[in-house]
Design a protein around this ligand. Structure first.
Ligand code: ZN
Length: 554
């Protein structure tokens, strides 16, 4: 449970950006073209000219391995296979199913949009459709020896001939896909010039066919000088809404951006000092942030499976295996071209409607990139164990934990940015750039809905800022203006409040904060409705693959 939880907190990173909850202002059902129009299409490309010939030959192999993960995810997402798509004659309907990896709208709380399909099973394709939580738990009560395999990240639950529940490892259930992907990774390893990458690809190939991922996770942490990277395999557990045990197949094929990575390098070294400088008493910041962590920027050239469904991830925080984290730290990957796409196509248009005209120039990509990164960094700071020895913060805050942890990362990220700008460490742009960009970002994330942890964390921040006078809304134009000095005070005050609630393990205090401030008021709801009516997309969908990259597969 610990692991699973930690995994969520860590991934929460990707969070801000990759939430697939219901939207705030659902009123009536959308038509199929309207569902598709929630997305704007972006072509995924990168500078392949800077790669060596061998590296360029690796890309098609990795993309093809990713396509095998895609095929697995179709099965995991609750339809029998990708062949399900072929059953739709209407091209719009087929496209909508394709974007969502099934007949349920991921941006609208998995609302079904194909007649007769019914509600999406909580256990997606990981468990028998007719299995309840009680049956699963009853089985484990009777067969405690099955607990490990049943709760494993890397098994599906099926019924045997007699109707009894059995756990089947992924490398058996998805044997042909895993085998093909492993062979492709081995071929890519044969081309790898970077020793770390070669070793990782070999171990990852082995992991796919054995369901033992730890050796390859360790090897992934040891890679430092590779230009090409690939995140591949069963990784996140959000698709399993029944228990959150089962990992979904996905793949990112990435090219490291050396120049931006150099910009990030220096921040990793600052973590211990940043922890010491948090605006709380010593007992709330006595933990040491994890060492060995690194921050790098990439351009994504291929997304497949889980990460390509619904809302798209723009930052990754891995590995999830906490044993590997303790030994080696974690890597934070900022996906620069995907971030740029969301910035240009969504955030800038939102700011153009909702921010005061003279502040719109403060909405910058540099600030968006940096704020996102420090959100990730902030997850690693603060406190994980309650100060009175009442266990972990997670255990103490229970159902409020995710919203508080997301809220912490957002506000503390801004606190850290403020410190670093003041100390002259962050020199790109002004502090107002970071504040206005982050504030406009609240409107973007608010569209994912108050039912998600991120959505509620966003509303708490917005309402707290309002109480502190950190922004004003102009009635005549319906636009918002950030007050820099008051925003700075509000950021410090809210950071302190959340860190103290976490350190105290104050379940009641967390509940009160979310209850009092976790909702959008009438005026904000009307403003969000306005941007929806103006057709600003909610998320992006990629035009990608070998053709988009100008490569062929042979
Ligand atoms: Zn987060």
């Amino acid at each position: 449970m610990m692991n699973r939880f930690f995994r969520r907190a860590a991934w929460a990173a990707a969070c801000l950006l990759a939430v697939a909850g219901c939207r705030l202002m659902e009123t009536e059902s959308l038509t199929i073209p309207e569902r598709i129009a929630q997305y704007t299409t972006v072509r995924l490309s990168a500078d392949l000219a800077s790669l060596t010939p061998a590296e360029r030959r690796m890309i098609p192999l990795l993309v093809k391995a990713g396509e095998e993960m895609d095929a697995i995810f179709w099965k995991q997402a609750g339809v029998s296979s990708k062949e399900y798509l072929a059953g739709f004659a209407d091209p719009d309907l087929r496209r909508c199913v394709e974007i969502n990896y099934g007949p349920w709208d991921r941006l609208r709380g998995n609302e079904p949009f194909v007649r007769g399909v019914g509600v999406k099973p909580l256990g997606a394709g990981f468990y028998p459709a007719d299995m309840t939580r009680d049956e699963f738990e009853a089985h484990l009560a009777e067969h405690p020896e099955d607990a490990e395999s049943f709760r494993s990240l890397y098994t599906v639950i099926r019924r045997d001939g007699a109707g009894r529940l059995v756990a089947v490892p992924y490398h058996v259930e998805y044997a042909s896909e895993m085998q093909r992907a492993a062979e492709l990774l081995e071929q890519a390893a044969g081309l790898a010039e970077d020793a770390g990458l070669k070793r990782y690809l070999e171990l990852r190939a082995r992991a796919l066919v054995t369901s033992d991922y730890r050796p390859s996770d360790l090897a992934w942490m040891d890679m430092k000088t590779n230009r090409i990277d690939v995140v591949i395999g069963p990784i996140e557990t959000y698709e399993d809404r029944l228990f959150g045990y089962k990992a979904s197949a996905e793949c990112f094929v990435l090219i490291k951006d050396l120049e931006w990575s150099r910009r990030l390098e220096r921040y990793a070294a600052l973590l211990p000092d940043l922890q010491k400088g948090l605006p709380v008493d010593g007992e709330y910041k006595r933990e040491e942030p994890g060492g060995g962590s690194d921050l790098n920027a990439y351009d994504a050239v291929f997304y497949a499976g889980d990460c390509n469904s619904g809302s798209k991830t723009i930052a990754i925080n891995l590995p999830n295996d906490e044993v590997v984290q303790q030994e080696k730290g974690a890597r934070r990957l900022q996906l620069k071209n995907s971030m740029r796409a969301k910035f240009d196509k969504i955030l800038v248009p939102i700011a153009g409607r909702l921010m005061a005209e003279d502040q719109r120039r403060h909405v910058t990509f540099d600030a968006f990139f940096t704020n996102t990164m420090f959100h990730e960094v902030a997850h690693g700071l603060g406190i994980k164990q309650t100060i009175e020895g009442n266990g972990t913060v997670r255990e103490a805050l229970r159902e409020h934990y995710s919203a508080m942890e997301e809220g912490k990362a957002d506000i503390l990220g801004l606190y850290l940015v403020t410190r670093l700008v003041e100390d002259g460490v962050l020199t790109e742009g002004s502090i107002l750039d970071h504040y206005v960009t982050a504030f406009a970002g609240i409107f973007r994330s608010a569209r994912f809905g108050a039912s998600s942890a991120h959505g509620r964390a966003n509303m708490v921040r917005f309402n707290f800022f309002e109480r502190m006078g950190a922004f004003e809304r102009d009635e005549a134009t319906g636009t918002y203006r950030v007050n820099e000095a008051k925003m700075k005070e509000a950021i410090t005050a809210l950071s302190r409040q959340i860190l103290v609630i976490q350190g105290d393990g104050d379940h009641e205090g967390a509940g009160r904060m979310l209850e009092e401030m976790g909702r959008a008021g009438r005026v904000l709801r009307a403003d969000l409705d306005r941007i929806s009516r103006e057709d600003i997309p909610v998320d992006v969908v990629f035009e990608q693959g070998l053709e988009a990259l100008g490569l062929d597969g042979d």
